[in-house]
Design a binder for this molecule. Structure first.
Ligand code: B12
Ligand code: SF4
Length: 476
């Protein structure tokens, strides 16, 4: 059996750097000893009309093509690859967040044969075996498929409790060098994931439906083993832990930081965090553990909105956390949502004021998008604010934050976002964070340059220095 796993093109102005396709690397690791398996990352080259991947498929003639999915523009690329894969005679399997949350609609697409829902390692292995041995699919937990034109959805598969039992992600199947980037405090940094799920309940987030608010984490010994592997084989000296919430398990975090400190592990790291996790004890632990950056989903400066989206912290906790963080050397990132249902112009200005007050190293404003299955998307649906798109493809450009639904016009919101992005670059230059910019001098990363220049062209065109509202205060 020949298997080709494809990471569709996910790059947008917001995500210009390629990320290692950890989902595909994790499922590949489980089956690579038994099957001929290849990973193909479409983020590493330009191929908008699919000529290149079409040729790859026609030459390799894989039996199975697996594609990962997120709600967003990558869906269109995934559908393009699925069509070409079917033309080459393959069975097409989708997995990942979007397909897991909407398996039925995903399977209504004529080019998709199977959906592996939620965690993929065991379900995918059983599916390959069933295809190979021409067995039926009805006993495979976590699988959705078509039978006589009908979509069948099997019962859920219980989560893998012991993530240490999984093999190391298949770094051997990807061009690791393409995913290594420079950062302040790290010459060779890469992204990895050490846990799954989160215990919080932010109503816009996918974890509630996807991970059922269950958390599973690799042990500290296993994390250190993976870091040692990355260091030994690829000279990695910096890591971004892109877990849903790396810091959530406090005993694990403390143990990890103590080990890094005691053994002087030559790696710095960054991760997501929540404002309500930050206190002097936390800062002491992560500083000892060589954390160099923490990014926060802060969402809003309005307590009413924070309550509405069930963020379970208040604006004053954000201020307190940043008052502590700003006294340390830890770099900070702050992400805010804009255009959330019920948000007023006053709420938006509270958010802008808070963003300026806490003065994170980098501040991002993202327009709210309802992700299928999240409680907030369901709220929008029930209240007639949105209708879910009828076809898989229409999720590619599905937006909520449109002028007819939000307090500010789309243009004004984009302008706020662009102004903070420009502020980020100016702050980075002031702080001498030139390492980040030096990524563009790396020939292999040079193609990213165009995505960034496009973004800043747009930002400046929106009038960076102009106020976002006739009688308002400028952001910069
Ligand atoms: C890295 C990352 C990215 C990378 C790309 C990842 C990649 N594939 O190359 C970048 C930065 C490009 C990215 C972009 C976006 N992302 Co993102 N991203 C992540 C992140 C942090 C890690 C993903 C990961 O590797 N997880 C680890 C692996 C092991 O878990 P997994 O992906 O769930 O994979 C498992 C299963 O899903 C399944 N599986 C997955 N794929 C497949 C495929 C097959 C064939 C099979 C059988 C199984 C299978 O098996 C895997 C192992 O169990 C997640 C959050 C998280 N911690 O998971 C968000 C996350 C996936 N992203 C999200 C979002 C919203 C986005 C954006 C829309 C953000 C934006 N506004 O720009 C964009 C989409 C851009 C686009 N063009 O469509 C949401 C997804 C919500 C949704 N409904 O899809 C998440 C969950 C974050 C969040 N909390 O909201 N993202
Ligand atoms: S947004 Fe972050 S803290 Fe909130 S539920 Fe999702 S992963 Fe957890």
């Amino acid at each position: 059996m020949k298997i080709l796993l494809v990471n569709p093109n996910m790059r947008t102005a917001y995500n210009p750097l390629p990320f290692p396709p950890l989902s595909l690397m994790s499922i590949a690791a489980v089956v690579q000893d038994s099957y001929e398996i290849t990973i193909h990352d479409r983020n590493l080259y330009k191929d908008p009309d699919g000529k290149n991947i079409g040729t790859v498929l026609q030459r390799a003639k894989p039996d199975i093509v697996g594609i990962t999915s997120l709600t967003g523009p990558a869906i269109l690329d995934g559908v393009l690859v699925s069509r070409l894969a079917k033309e080459a005679g393959a069975q097409v399997v989708w997995g990942g967040t979007h397909a897991s949350l909407l398996p039925e609609q995903t399977l209504q697409n004529p080019y998709i044969d199977f959906v592996v829902m939620n965690e993929g390692e065991e379900t995918f292995r059983e599916l390959i075996e069933a295809i190979e041995q021409h067995r039926g699919y009805k006993n495979i937990l976590g699988l959705a498929y078509k039978e006589d034109g009908q979509v069948k959805i099997n019962p859920e598969r219980p989560f893998i409790q012991d993530l240490d039992a999984l093999p190391m992600p298949a770094w051997n199947l990807v061009p690791v060098e393409r995913y290594i980037y420079r950062y302040t405090n790290a010459r060779r940094k890469i992204v990895t994931v050490t846990s799954r799920g989160c215990l919080f309940r932010c109503s816009f987030c996918y974890v509630i439906d996807f991970h059922k608010r269950k958390y599973r984490g690799k042990s500290v010994a296993r994390i250190l083993e993976e870091l040692a592997f990355l260091r030994k084989n690829y000279g990695v000296d910096g890591v971004r832990f892109d877990d849903d919430l790396f810091v959530i398990n406090r005993p694990r975090l403390r143990e990890f930081c103590d080990w890094v400190y005691k053994k002087d592990v030559p790696i710095t790291w960054d991760s997501n965090c929540r404002a309500d996790q930050v206190n002097p004890e936390f800062i002491g632990a992560v500083t000892r553990g060589k954390c160099h950056r923490l990014t926060f989903g802060l969402e809003s400066g309005s307590d009413r909105i924070l309550k509405f989206i069930e963020k379970d912290f208040r604006a004053e906790q954000i201020v307190r956390a940043f008052d502590l963080l700003n006294k340390t050397d830890i770099m900070t990132g702050a992400a805010f949502l804009i255009g959330v249902p019920t948000e007023t112009e006053e709420d938006i200005w509270k958010t802008i004021d808070l963003a300026k007050r806490i003065n994170a190293y980098h501040t991002h404003f993202y327009p709210y998008t309802p992700f299928p299955g999240s409680p907030l998307a369901e709220y929008c649906r029930k209240n007639g604010l949105i209708q879910y798109p009828e076809r898989l493809e229409n999720w590619a450009d599905f937006e909520y934050a449109r002028s007819d639904r939000t307090a500010m016009s789309e243009r004004e919101m984009k302008k706020i976002s662009a102004q903070f992005e420009v502020r980020n670059v100016l702050h980075s230059l002031q702080r001498g964070e030139l390492a980040i910019l030096s990524n563009f001098l790396n020939l292999e990363q040079f193609q990213n340059f165009r995505s960034w220049t496009g973004f800043f062209r747009q930002a400046f065109r929106s009038g960076v220095r102009g106020s976002v509202h006739s009688a308002e205060k400028p952001i910069l």
